[in-house]
Design a protein around this ligand. Structure first.
Ligand code: ACO
Length: 325
């Protein structure tokens, strides 16, 4: 049986030039490199310059992904941009990126699922490609979390960073088996009962301000290692893959301890886990495409590899994708 599969044909990423080390943060709030590394694995993060925005980071990442895919603006008929830090309340940052890239065909819109945004965006693009609504999609995760951090709150400001990553996905014909290239399965979940554990205390309709990120760190940690693995178990059940038979695990990069805890629970060898949180910090929706691009660039992820993606974020939202590269 022939089916349409959404195949990743190019990846790209972009980081601001400015690196902020833990030692630099320790000059602003009462913290230390030792505390941050021990609790989170984060050693540094990139912070956007005043003239850099989510749209500008996203545009650079998208340009590189399109170049890697060998496509031009005319070839793209869908832009889905995952972000919780849009340039403006409206229009969507995706529209700004679309214009900067000279894309005039098809639809462009933002996806808001916080740190799970890229998984939700990829799944949306895949659904639209498989139903014939789009042929070639630019899927982007881009954030400037530095703009919503309370820089006097040491419990949150040390965790996050800015950046963007992108992939180009193209509809191709497959056989309907696990041997096909492309997205093989996706599983998305949300549970708004947890909305106050990780949120921003402002918004257009509530306060008329942008607000600052607030978090119950321990609650997030417990949920991230305890509950989130259900979407990976669902992905394994749907495909027959398991921790041994996948080639790479690219989780959302929030915290090294969360990543290691999840891998252990799922029986995934740490050697197969792509980790960038030490360099990037938590870049929310950008973290997975940034990590993917790093692993593609250094030759780890290659055509034919089975790659498991997983994320969890505010809401809570969480999800998984298995894609054969
Ligand atoms: N530097 C030094 N001390 C700190 C810092 C800091 N940056 N932040 C907190 N502390 C102190 C606290 O004030 C507290 O001191 P006290 O005992 O005197 O009250 C002590 O360290 C312990 O604080 P806890 O919050 O209990 O520390 P915990 O071990 O839980 O670690 C952390 C905190 C790292 C935030 C952890 O809870 C965590 O990783 N949670 C997950 C959160 C996360 O990754 N969120 C990302 C967004 S969600 C997502 O992307 C999925």
């Amino acid at each position: 049986m022939t089916v349409t599969r959404s195949v990743v044909i190019g990846t790209g990423s972009h980081l601001p030039a400015r690196v902020v080390t833990n030692d630099e943060l320790a000059t602003r709030v009462e913290t230390s490199d030792e505390w941050i590394v021990q609790r989170t694995g984060i050693k540094q993060r990139y912070i956007a310059a005043p003239e850099e925005t989510t749209a500008s980071l996203a545009t650079e990442a998208a340009r590189k992904a399109m170049a890697a895919a060998g496509v031009t603006a005319d070839d793209i008929d869908l832009v889905v941009l995952a972000t919780a830090t849009p340039d403006n309340t409206f229009p969507a940052t995706a529209v700004e990126v679309q214009a900067r890239l000279g894309i005039t065909r098809g639809a462009a819109f933002d996806m808001q699922a916080v740190c799970s945004g890229f998984i939700f965006a990829m799944t949306t693009a895949d659904s639209m490609i498989r139903t014939g609504l789009a042929r070639r999609a630019l899927v982007i995760g881009a954030e400037t979390f530095s703009r919503i951090l309370d820089w006097s709150d040491r419990t949150t400001c040390v965790l996050f960073g800015d950046g963007a990553g992108a992939v180009v996905m193209e509809g191709r014909t497959g056989e309907g088996t696990n041997a096909d290239r492309g997205v093989l399965t996706s599983h998305l979940r949300s549970d708004g009962r947890h909305k106050e554990k990780l949120y921003v205390d402002g918004g257009a309709s509530s306060t008329g301000t942008v607000g600052h990120l607030r978090m119950e760190g321990r609650e997030v940690f417990k949920f991230a290692v305890g509950a989130v693995t259900d979407v990976i178990e669902d992905a394994f059940l749907a495909t027959g893959f398991d921790g041994d038979s996948i080639d790479w695990f690219v989780p959302h990069q929030a915290n090294r301890r969360i990543i290691e805890g999840s891998a252990k629970k799922l029986g995934i060898d740490l050697a197969k886990v792509v980790i960038t949180v030490d360099r990037h910090g938590n870049t929310s929706a950008a973290s997975i495409p940034l990590a993917i691009d790093a692993a593609v660039a250094d030759g780890r992820i290659r055509e034919g590899d089975v790659v498991l993606l997983e994320a969890m974020g505010g809401g809570f939202t969480w999800g998984s994708v298995i894609v054969r590269w």
